[in-house]
Design a protein around this ligand. Structure first.
Ligand SMILES: O=C(O)[C@H]1O[C@H](OP(=O)(O)OP(=O)(O)OC[C@H]2O[C@@H](n3ccc(=O)[nH]c3=O)[C@H](O)[C@@H]2O)[C@H](O)[C@@H](O)[C@H]1O
Length: 429
């Protein structure tokens, strides 16, 4: 898997002794604060203003990005994609539309006659050819995906000028709990800076759209009270990914409070299914089992079971659409709040956790191969031992009712996997 950002920028590696400024510091007490101010400003620059991809091709793509949307064809495509074809239909900007959940949600909205415009930066966190294949799939249903980043304020502004979106389905994010230790800045870039960039546009828009966005089951972190309820504590994240999603929930509170934006966060529980994410365990277990490679299965201390409340994509899509359909209008306009607005958070899980070893047994039966199980200790890099959703709030307020068990869902996934990659030669990266 290629990484978004391989440029080293670890502040700990900053070798202050070798700096020429060091000598100046010894000779002038006046220079001391200046030197440290420079170091401080430098660090701020490195952490907050440098966007993750920095290759030459990325830079040229960025300059293209700022101009391509002045093209009349671009405007025509966006408007056509945003066209509402049903009575009471809504007009939705879907961020992360070439992602796993984004593709399924966009297709479902389009199918029922809503206007949908996609936005995706097609980054290289996992194989972008899968994202392009999802884009082709959506193109056939009439959904156009604009290639761009949620941090690109002028692009967002342009899209809001072209289409008075009633709703934003915000699914663009840096996902994955373990990768956060490799590339922490990409999480800040997408899940915090990107979210704020989008909320800034939403708050300025007239009319303001209602936003539904992807939070995560990982916000429950080290919480041990099961099943996880929205009322439980979420102040002990076990990964930076979880921390950025939790920060997103607090940021949502602020924009709701100050600007009257209607905001709904959905805590997804380990979503799986066809067209899924190759970085997730069920996906790469399938790939590696078919190749005869060993698969690492985590267990907690004292041979404790590691389990997940795996949730099938179609159930998640129903939850997303229900959240959009029950979202009240934002109350502000042009950056001004006119009254209190809706602020919601829901668990979208399956309510039946399954041990990871059972998931592997199901895959063995479906793929007709014996897994080479490599049982190992749960690494301390962000994983939690189990997740289990209490979904009564979503049931009551969204009519959310998951109907797909893991066996059925994985059957659909493996059928898709084998038809997309074949059983061996062309396998997922
Ligand atoms: O609900 C979420 O909010 C998150 O769900 C997903 O995270 P997780 O639930 O951790 O899924 P995933 O990596 O597939 O690991 C599944 C299981 O396999 C175990 N696991 C994993 C890797 C491995 O090599 N071995 C192993 O046993 C592992 O310990 C775990 O028990 C999304 O990736 C994340 O973006 C976020 O959306």
């Amino acid at each position: 898997m290629k990484h978004i950002d391989s440029a080293p920028s670890t502040p700990g590696k900053f070798k202050i002794e070798k700096s020429p400024y060091n000598r100046l510091r010894l000779h002038s007490s006046l220079a001391k604060p200046t030197f440290w101010s420079l170091v401080f400003l430098g660090l701020i620059f490195v952490f907050f203003y440098r966007s993750p991809p920095h290759t030459t091709s990325d830079l040229s793509r960025r300059s293209l990005r700022t101009t391509f949307y002045r093209d009349a064809n671009f405007e025509k495509r966006v408007r056509a994609s945003a066209k509402i074809r049903s009575t009471n239909g809504i007009s939705v900007l879907v961020t992360g539309a070439a992602g796993f959940v984004g593709t399924h949600v966009s297709a479902a909205l389009k199918r029922r006659g809503d206007g949908v415009v996609g936005l995706d930066n097609f980054n290289h966190y996992y194989d972008p050819s899968l994202k392009k294949a999802r884009r082709a799939l959506l193109q056939r249903t009439g959904v156009y995906i604009v290639e761009g980043d949620i941090n690109d304020a002028s692009l967002l502004k342009k899209l809001f000028q072209l289409v008075p979106f009633t709703h934003v389905m915000h699914l663009a994010a840096q996902a994955g709990v373990r990768y956060a230790m490799e590339n922490p800045r990409s999480y800040v870039h997408s899940n915090i800076a990107g979210l704020v960039s989008l909320l800034e546009l939403c708050k300025e828009a007239n009319p303001q759209p209602s936003m539904v966005w992807a939070s995560s089951s990982s916000v429950y972190g080290l919480n041990t009270k099961v099943p996880f309820s929205e009322r439980d504590r979420t102040d002990q994240p076990a990964s930076l990914y979880a921390a950025t999603k939790k920060a997103g929930e607090e940021i949502a509170h602020t924009y709701n409070h100050i600007y009257g934006l209607s905001l709904t966060g959905l805590r997804f529980f380990t979503v799986y299914g066809p067209w899924g994410r190759p970085d997730m365990a069920y996906f790469f277990f399938t790939r590696d089992m078919l190749k005869g490679k060993p698969i690492p299965i985590f267990e907690a201390g004292n041979h404790g079971t590691v389990a997940r409340d795996f949730t099938y994509i179609d159930d998640i899509v129903k939850g997303c659409l229900a959240a959009l359909d029950t979202a009240e209008k934002s109350t502000g306009s042009g950056g001004k709040k006119k009254g209190p607005a809706q602020l919601r958070v829901y668990n979208l899980g399956n309510t039946s956790p399954v041990p990871v070893s059972d998931l592997v047994s199901i895959l063995e039966r479906l793929l007709k191969v014996k897994a080479k199980r490599l049982v190992m200790k749960l690494p301390r890099n962000g994983d939690v031992q189990f997740t289990h959703a209490n979904i009564s709030l979503a049931q009551r307020e969204l009519g959310y009712k998951p109907t797909t068990d893991l066996q059925t869902g994985l059957k659909k996934f493996t059928q898709w996997y084998l038809s997309y990659y074949g059983s061996g030669k062309k396998s997922a990266r």
